[in-house]
Design a protein around this ligand. Structure first.
Ligand code: MV4
Length: 581
């Protein structure tokens, strides 16, 4: 086994990996950006090395700098976590060429699975059905029309090098083919630097079910059960569970065997996930993720297996100690991702800031993987996952109720979180009855009832009152009361902490001729010029935010008087986009 491992990541996953290393007696090496000098992952590792960079995320993407730290620290292996360089074949190669072990598959496998088209070909060769579609790039929109006429509408155009829904366009009829083809190509080029797109039949109401696999260097591969990740919005998973409700053992076994066949076909090494769409009792290969997934804890909770430990063992050249018949599962597990996002009104706007209080749930059957502690800041430069809350239960209903209890028990103050949305999902009829599909959060649930978080003690309202929590005792019974107190009373009488003004008032409100960015993002395209006439709902520009293209539209008729954006500009919420006269 390795004596020292470099963890090329940050946040909860770096801490997750460090924990298993600690249990195995492996020394851990953290890397950090200047912004992360005091981050929890740095505090969780035995050694830590700065990677200076032009931006806070550049360091974690700097393959050469990380390999140099591997050599300098004497680490024998690199664990990439997920995101950043985890699925970068060049990085895997650089680690190996410098004499280290990349804890993940071979670079050739990463490359094969990095293209949707080549992974579909590999799946077909392994006898695994993909979604019906083509395995070559489209040349022009007429090929989309021909495919749609042949298999029936709607069809999906996808970026071959895409992911997370970026570059995915649904075409409902021949008349939309040309616009959607152009848009898919533009997104593919903008996000992935590669314009290739291809076409598949579009499944209207699928569930997203993925299969966990692990393989060693000797051709042995195992499947470790599936996860249902259908509770998502805008391609961001919110809740994952295992086993998938109402999936027959027969289908599960077929899906597992198909996944192992694919792993063996591509000489897979380490842990991986094979994604499927599941509809009307059939499953179709979607893509393969060549990394440890965010949602791996639910698999660990029902199998009792430490996936990071198994990852380290097979990377160190050990043969898998288990055979397929020795893999058993017990009960049901659910994970909720707790993101620093404000779900008020169903919007899920990023909510970076300092976490003043982080008090996670505990108790029987509860697991917490947090990337932050009280007092830590969630930076807008990084993924806003604060923590993962996972529970085990004897069955699905037991796990669901335990999760609701654990969410109630969790207190996160200072930033808004996705917890209110998770509660609504878990209490919704489609989730309870397991009739939900990938679209149910966006199409079937009413999240408009979610109100802004009550705020942190010390928040001042418009009239200058201070939010204060008071514990009081009346007739021998304890009461906790939250009050808005006049500042003079709040500051002294109730022992409130020093008032802190919340960021607000950045949006010029009430003027629909002043167009501002609704959220942080990057300008992808600008559709108007100064002097152009526009009408209500005309697109002014397209803002890429949270991995989606968001059109920013005129809210009034008029003429563009000022235009403050150009392609590539980074905008914050409330930044001026244009003024209409
Ligand atoms: C699809 C699909 C329906 N039909 N492909 C979205 C992300 C990308 N990885 C694949 N995605 C989809 N591909 C065909 N042929 C529906 C989706 C999809 C989806 C998939 C998984 C989880 C959530 C989703 C939400 C919307 C659409």
């Amino acid at each position: 086994m390795f004596e020292k491992v470099l963890i090329a990541n940050r946040g909860e996953i770096a801490i997750r990996v460090a924990r298993t290393c600690r249990e195995l007696g492996i020394r851990t090496v953290a890397v950090y950006s200047e912004l992360d000098a005091n981050a929890l992952h740095v505090r969780s590792c035995d050694e830590a090395y700065l990677i200076a960079g032009p931006s806070p995320e550049a360091g974690y993407l700097d393959s050469a700098a990380i390999v140099a730290i591997m050599v300098r620290s004497g680490a024998q292996a690199v664990h990439p976590g997920y995101g950043f360089l985890a699925e970068n074949a060049e990085f895997a190669r650089n680690v190996t060429e410098a004499g280290g072990v990349f804890i993940g598959p071979l670079p050739e496998t990463i490359e094969l699975m990095g293209s949707k088209i080549s992974s579909r070909v590999a799946a077909a060769e392994a006898g695994v059905n993909g979604v019906p579609g083509q395995n070559v790039p489209l040349n022009d929109a007429s090929e989309v029309i021909a495919f749609g006429e042949q298999v029936g509408w709607p069809v999906a155009i996808k970026a071959s090098y895409g992911g997370g829904g970026r570059g995915l366009k649904v075409v409902y009829s021949a008349s939309e083919a040309s616009d959607q083809f152009a848009s898919a190509q533009r997104e593919a080029q903008a996000y992935f630097g590669r314009p290739e797109v291809y076409v598949e039949r579009y499944l209207a109401n699928p569930r997203h079910i993925e299969m966990q696999i692990i393989a060693d260097n000797f051709g042995n591969a195992l499947w470790l059960g599936e996860r249902d990740c259908s509770s998502q919005r805008r391609h961001q998973k919110l809740i994952e569970e295992t086993p998938a409700a109402a999936l027959s053992d027969e289908t599960r076994t077929k899906m597992g065997q198909a996944s192992v066949a694919l792993a063996q076909r591509c000489d897979y090494r380490g842990v991986g996930t094979v994604e499927f769409l599941y509809e009307d009792g059939e499953f179709y290969f979607l893509e393969m993720n060549t990394r440890l997934q965010v949602e791996h804890p639910v698999t660990e909770l029902v199998t009792g297996l430490d996936l990071v430990r198994m990852q380290l063992e097979v990377a160190a050249g050990e043969e898998l100690a288990l055979t397929q018949s020795q893999i058993t599962t017990r009960g049901h597990a659910i994970e909720c991702r707790i993101n620093a996002e404000d779900p008020t009104g169903g919007a899920f706007l990023p909510s970076p800031g300092t976490i003043s209080t982080l008090a996670m749930a505990g108790g029987f059957g509860v697991r917490v993987d947090a990337g932050y502690g009280s007092g830590d800041a969630v930076s807008p430069n990084y993924d806003n996952l604060i923590a993962k809350l996972s529970v085990w239960g004897r069955d699905r209903e037991d796990a669901r109720r335990r999760m609701l209890r654990a969410l109630d028990e969790t207190t996160i103050l200072g930033v808004a979180t996705t917890i209110p949305a998770a509660k609504i999902i878990l209490e919704s009829t489609p989730f309870i009855e397991a009739t939900h599909s990938t679209h149910f959060v966006e199409s079937d649930l009413d999240l408009s009832s979610i109100t802004p978080p009550a705020g942190v003690d010390g928040t001042i309202d418009n009239e200058g009152r201070v939010l204060t929590t008071i514990d009081s005792e009346i007739d021998g019974r304890r009461f906790r009361v939250r009050l808005w107190l006049e500042a003079s009373i709040g500051a002294s009488g109730a022992g409130a902490i020093a008032p802190k003004r919340r960021a607000s008032g950045i949006n010029p409100v009430g003027d629909n001729k002043v167009i501002t960015a609704p959220m942080q993002g990057t300008i992808m395209s600008v559709e108007v010029n100064v002097g152009d006439s526009v009408q209500v709902d005309d697109v002014i520009c397209v803002l890429e935010a949270m991995k989606m293209e968001n059109p920013i539209r005129a809210k009034a008729d008029g003429v563009i008087k000022e235009l403050r954006v150009k392609v590539g500009d980074g905008l914050g919420p409330g930044d001026l986009v244009a003024v209409i006269e």
